[in-house]
Design a protein around this ligand. Structure first.
Ligand code: ADP
Length: 166
């Protein structure tokens, strides 16, 4: 069984993330979307909310599972008996950080390979941060995130927008 871990904050999941997960699902027997607690990034959605959003948005992909993890990624990967880490590469700007991360993870555990996947070109400009910003300003995010994420963002940001309008 070839298992890959797709780690990230997923705050929240975008169509770019979903595209990468779908591509990875064609290459591996099982792909586990592993959501990092990452409290230092002050996520908009709680860990439980992010897990629920990913679970629902990937429900149509039979070999994609959702999980969360805390601590060192390589330890989690070994624990799940996975062979690879999947990361998305959008632009050259992602490369430097991802390269450093991949080599560091290899230093920590040389049995684990990092695989980079490019999303569909129309998703290369997407990031969770930008989607949150557009939603916060009342912009249309329908083409950027799955429908359940869209509703969750609107619900979460409504009180903030009302506060800002006062
Ligand atoms: P992190 O907080 O670790 O950067 P993210 O949740 O932002 O995690 O993203 C997780 C992974 O998904 C990273 O590899 C990131 O490069 C990738 N990713 C994010 N947005 C996109 C996108 N629009 N297309 C492809 N990959 C993406």
């Amino acid at each position: 069984m070839r298992i890959a871990i797709y780690p990230g904050s997923f705050d929240p999941l975008t169509n770019g993330h979903l595209d990468v997960a779908q591509r990875a699902a064609k290459l591996f027997d099982r792909v586990i979307v592993a959501i990092a607690e990452n409290d230092s990034k002050h996520p908009l959605f709680t860990l439980a909310e992010r897990v629920a959003l990913v679970k629902k948005a990937t429900a149509h992909l039979p070999n994609v599972q959702t999980d969360s993890f805390d601590g060192l990624l390589v330890n989690y990967v070994a624990e799940r008996k996975a062979k690879a880490i999947v990361r998305g590469l959008r632009a050259v700007s992602d490369f430097e950080f991802e390269f450093q991360l991949a080599l560091m993870n290899r230093k920590l555990d040389e049995n684990i390979e990092t695989i980079f996947m490019m999303p569909k070109d129309t998703y290369t400009f997407l990031s969770s941060r930008i989607v949150k910003e557009i939603a916060r300003l009342g912009g249309d995010i329908r083409s950027f995130v799955p429908p359940n994420v869209q509703s969750a963002l609107i619900k979460k940001l409504k009180p903030q927008r009302q506060k800002g309008a006062k």
